[in-house]
Design a protein around this ligand. Structure first.
Ligand code: ADP
Ligand code: MG
Length: 711
């Protein structure tokens, strides 16, 4: 090997790497794996332990298993002209005193008769099932480990823990694995510079570098080392995310903001008129918000609290401080219904204080009452004619309002139910002109790990306490066949003067799914609950119709509301104490928890009845947690475990690169460590301009840095 040609880097094309088989290089190039870097960063999907396989029998199971087998017989079964099955009977390649046999089947893959032959040894990976005393594995992943011309070399494919890569197109496992092995052997550690600062000796990742972690990931010597390497690489990912978040946070703090400070007379008057006392957690959160608002740097804070914890009051209180300081407040809700409800509440509570409240949604603009008399405490320096609305409530339409310059003195923006708003919209709002204070509110009970991941650029206040004088919510999961008993129960509650929600997953049956639909549901429930008045609410109704049915429900002339999940967020009718949810199994746990948060808002005990199809044991078991707890955080954790972080993060994450080691998201320690490291790095080198940080800057992304935005 000539020494000049032997130094390779991530950019080296594979056809310039010595010792690789040209056929393998061609195959890889066809699938877009043309460089050393491409191969190194093509991570294994899983690993198989091929060091020493003690055969413990072929056992049927729900999860795939890996076996080392020898082929005893092969045959092809034909069906008609085209169809066919290729079958082989195998036994364990290791000592197998019981001579247990397993049949592998591949439907429609008759050509395998040219590939697999008697006496070959295979590694197979798949689920084993037992049908009529036969043990079967259908469409296993397989790899020939002995018997082919192309036998194992240097223990790459056997006698060790081997990587198994995801294949696509014409990729084949063995040449891919062999080439990756060869490339890793030649690649100098210097070609894989660290992303993370070097860990302290004796610490968690002592001695580990990016180079050793990647080597271990591809070719681990043991499973402990492998796990550690995966955690290290996860930490790298979190570190890059946190560098972005911390950087945005610092940048935001450097934008010009206006301190909003006043005596607090409006606020005091407001708290006086409230029919209740704020909880300790509400007061604490409000104090944190007011402290931020008083600073010259713009606030960028998340108010995080379970459904019904009372976020709205805190937000309105903060907006009053802005108004008293001579500014305007804007409250953005994700839906029309919610915006109108906030508007009603705000008017009821704030107009008596002389505050001008206006509504702006795409469909509707309601202006404040110009006659509204101002408390003298409020914004005395602003001439009445120039004052405009003090508080504007609306939907996304408000975003455009801002750009149209209709909120010239905007001091505080509150974004309700953040999870419905994208990061991009948030950015858009705060990117314009002078930066207002921003408060985002969410009821999604996010585990602490995810808060940092999703909202890493925000400060966080948490309302972790529910108002006291609240009735409990009792939740029951029932088969839908119990509908008559449930009807009796609901009728009894209606007789007592309470109200009820009936929720369906879909609006109509056009989606062809076997789901109850709100429109047919309306007919059925109208009969069942006669003579009580029933209303219908769904997203496709026009604004006036929606608003009118919501008003009737709020006033109590409509007793039961059949609806889709448009009521999921924020709707607040304390007299509604029963919620029936059809086809509950189709919702996630966290979403069901959100939905039932619509009840239990008054002093009465409330009841959530979750219908599942008859005999749906799976749904029954899954939803049981909702019967057992009303702790939103516990439910969120469970959802995270069940559905995986990808789903939970959902679109909230969009725009950011997906996490490849994201399954480790539940590892709080990694995320907090990443945060600490990112803060330390940016404190020492805010622009990442030090020589060792050049590649880091590129990885974090130029867009996060822009051109000299820091002042
Ligand atoms: P969420 O946090 O889900 O947005 P809301 O702000 O809609 O909750 O509040 C839910 C209900 O609780 C509202 O009717 C609100 O007026 C009421 N509420 C808020 N704070 C308190 C409190 N401290 N004591 C009693 N009721 C409260
Ligand atoms: Mg709310």
């Amino acid at each position: 090997m000539s020494s000049a040609a032997s130094v390779i880097s991530l950019d080296t094309p594979l056809d310039q790497v010595e010792g690789l088989r040209p056929a393998a290089v061609r195959m890889l190039a066809k699938e877009g794996l043309a460089t050393v870097g491409g191969l190194v960063l093509h991570f294994p999907a899983r690993h198989e332990d091929r060091r020493r396989m003690d055969f413990k029998g072929f056992c049927p199971s729900e999860t795939p298993v890996c076996h080392h087998v020898r082929v005893l017989k092969t045959r092809v079964l034909r069906f008609g002209q085209r169809g066919g099955v290729f079958e082989t009977v195998v036994e364990a390649a290791e000592a197998n005193p019981m001579h247990q046999q397993l049949t592998l089947r591949w439907f429609g893959m008759v050509y395998l008769q040219k590939v697999l032959a008697v006496d070959m040894e295979l590694m197979v990976y798949g689920k084993i099932k037992e049908i009529k005393d036969r043990l079967l594995m259908d469409h296993p992943e397989y790899e020939i480990v002995r018997g082919e011309e192309d036998d194992d070399e240097a223990g790459i494919h056997s006698s060790r823990i081997v990587p198994v890569y995801r294949l696509r197109g014409g990729l084949k496992q063995k040449p891919l694995r062999r080439t990756t092995w060869q490339v890793m052997e030649q690649l100098p550690a210097a070609a894989l510079p660290d992303i993370l600062p070097r860990p302290k000796a004796g610490g968690d990742f002592a001695g580990m570098t990016r180079a050793t972690a990647l080597r271990t990931l591809h070719h681990p010597d043991g499973f402990d080392e492998l796990t550690q390497a995966q955690r290290y690489l996860a930490l790298e990912e979190f570190y890059l995310m946190q560098l972005r978040a911390v950087r945005r946070k610092l940048q935001f703090k450097h934008h010009g903001g206006t301190p909003q400070r006043a005596e607090g007379r409006l606020l005091a008057a407001f708290l006086e008129t409230l029919p209740f006392q704020m909880t300790g957690a509400q007061s604490r959160s409000l104090d944190e918000i007011l402290a931020d608002m008083a600073l010259p740097q713009p606030m960028n804070r998340l108010l995080h609290g379970d459904v019904g914890s009372g976020k709205t009051v805190v937000a309105l209180a903060a907006m009053l401080m802005a108004v008293e300081a001579g500014r305007q407040g804007a409250l953005m809700a994700p839906t029309q219904i919610l915006a109108e409800q906030h508007y009603e509440n705000a008017r009821r509570w704030l107009e008596p204080l002389g505050i001008r409240v206006a509504l702006r949604t795409a469909d509707r603009v309601l202006d404040f009452d110009a006659e509204c008399r101002t408390l003298e405490a409020c914004a005395p320096q602003i001439p009445a004619a120039d004052r405009g609305p003090d508080i504007v409530i609306g939907t996304h339409a408000l975003l455009y309002e801002r750009s149209a310059g209709n909120l010239p003195r905007l001091g505080l923006v509150v974004i309700d139910e953040q999870h419905k708003f994208g990061v991009a919209q948030r950015a858009r709002l705060i990117a314009q002109g002078e930066t207002p204070d921003v408060l985002v509110m969410t009821a999604t009970p996010i585990p602490r790990t995810l808060t940092l991941t999703l909202y890493g650029d925000l400060d966080v206040s948490t309302i972790d306490q529910r108002p006291k004088e609240r009735g409990k919510i009792i939740t029951a999961v029932r088969e839908v066949t119990k509908v008559e008993e449930v009807t009796k129960f609901v009728l009894a509650r209606l007789e007592e003067g309470r109200q009820c929600y009936i929720v369906y997953p879909l609006i109509d049956e056009s989606e062809k799914l076997d789901a109850g639909a709100a429109t047919t549901g309306l007919e059925e429930w109208t009969k069942r609950l006669a003579p009580h008045a029933i209303g219908l609410l769904h997203g496709r109704m026009d604004t006036d119709a929606k608003e009118s049915v919501m008003r009737q429900f709020r006033e109590g002339s409509v007793k039961a509301l059949v609806s889709t999940t448009v009521i999921e967020v924020g709707v607040d009718v304390p007299n509604a104490t029963v919620m029936i949810i059809h086809d509950s199994g189709r919702f996630g746990l966290a979403q069901l928890h959100q939905l039932r948060g619509r009840i239990g808002r008054g002093a009465h005990t409330s009841y959530a009845i979750l219908f599942v199809p008859k005999g749906d044991k799976e749904a029954m078991a899954r939803l049981k947690l909702l019967e057992e707890t009303t702790d939103g955080f516990k439910i969120a954790e469970e959802d995270l475990v069940r559905r995986g972080p990808g789903d939970v993060l959902g679109s909230a994450q969009s725009g950011q690169s997906p996490l490849r080691f994201g399954a480790l998201l539940a590892d709080t320690r990694l995320v907090t460590t990443a945060r600490r490291l990112a803060e330390r790095t940016l404190k020492a080198d805010p622009e990442l301009l030090q020589p060792g940080h050049a590649h880091l800057r590129a990885l974090v992304g130029e867009e996060v840095f822009g051109k000299g935005t820091m002042q």
